[in-house]
Write a protein that binds this ligand. Structure first.
Ligand code: GUN
Length: 293
């Protein structure tokens, strides 16, 4: 069994990005600028956004954090998004999800100019991704592809099972694993809460990608000997053993599953750090106007 070290790969990619940014700035080019909107004080969102701001620093990007309280109106937020669309100094921006219930996430996503949508959530980017056109690919699936590439994991002709059908992870992941490319060319099955005999589907997987958000859902008897297991779960489970009072917990029962795998990602330190790095890569692409010149 080989552990996939997302943390180490993420650090390496950030150094690659920083070197490229230093070159751009040395040649008189513009330093990429990412803005993030954070509404409210959700613990998970606070942590993720802080990590994104920190990663910008490491990569040599400029970053701007815009905060609102939970009672911000939808119109106020949409107006700020429109301002960012027009702001020539901002290359890309994100609105951290989830948003309070009185705000339509879909409306917000569709108000973002797709050319600055470095999260890859806008329907134009999702549509372009699904037909293999240049676009911003959403960060978690893109981070997983990067891990597969860097570990030279074979995907062609493999049976890949994706657990979960979210717009952010499950659906794009399935699309990317079936694309005519490497990583890709896999035979993909998507399982979800209504799937019949989900355990049997999982047992057939050469590559199992768990993105359900249900701690320790995947047990050893659901995994084939020699499978590649990618754990996207990051549920904050209360714990008296950590300073923060919670423990990030994956969708895979690691201790039990790991011995059966050829490769497996840990939680934390697997997919999580790669998600942030993918956002940095998209921001660099936005700064260079590579996708939408
Ligand atoms: N919430 C959970 N993951 C993400 C992400 O990748 N981007 C944004 N904007 N919000 C999220």
């Amino acid at each position: 069994m080989e552990l996939i070290d997302g943390k180490a790969i993420a650090e390496a990619v950030k150094q690659e990005i920083a070197a490229e940014v230093a070159g751009i700035v040395a040649r008189g080019g513009k330093r990429p600028h990412l803005a993030a909107i954070l509404v409210g004080h959700d613990g998970g969102s606070e942590t993720y956004v802080a990590a994104k701001v920190k990663a910008c620093e490491v990569c040599g990007f400029k970053s701007t954090l815009i905060r609102y309280e939970n009672d911000v109106t939808e119109e106020e937020l949409l107006d700020r998004v429109r301002q960012l669309n027009e702001d020539e100094d901002i290359d890309g921006f994100i609105v951290q999800l989830p948003l309070p219930r009185h705000i339509s996430e879909q409306k917000v996503i569709e108000t973002i100019d797709h050319r600055k949508d470095v999260d890859g959530f806008h329907p134009i980017n999702v549509g372009r991704m699904s037909i293999g056109l240049p676009c911003y690919v959403s960060a978690t699936p893109n981070g997983i592809l990067e891990l597969i590439k860097r570990y030279h994991i074979e995907t062609t002709g493999k049976k890949c099972v994706v657990l979960g059908r979210s717009n952010i992870v499950g659906k794009p992941m399935a699309m990317l694993m079936m694309q005519k490319a490497y990583p890709g060319d896999a035979t993909v099955t998507v399982c979800h809460s209504r799937s019949r005999d989900l355990a049997k589907e999982c047992r057939e997987a050469d590559i199992l990608i768990a993105a359900l958000g249900q701690p320790h859902f995947v047990k050893a008897d659901m995994v084939k000997e020699g499978a590649v297991v990618i754990d996207v779960g990051t549920t904050r489970v209360p714990s008296d053993k950590t300073k923060s009072g919670f423990k990030l917990t994956g969708d895979v029962l690691f201790e039990e599953v790991a011995p059966k795998c050829s490769y497996i990602t840990p939680v934390p330190g697997g997919v999580g750090p790669m998600t942030i790095v993918s956002l940095m890569k998209n921001t660099l692409l936005a700064g260079k106007k590579e996708i939408y010149p």
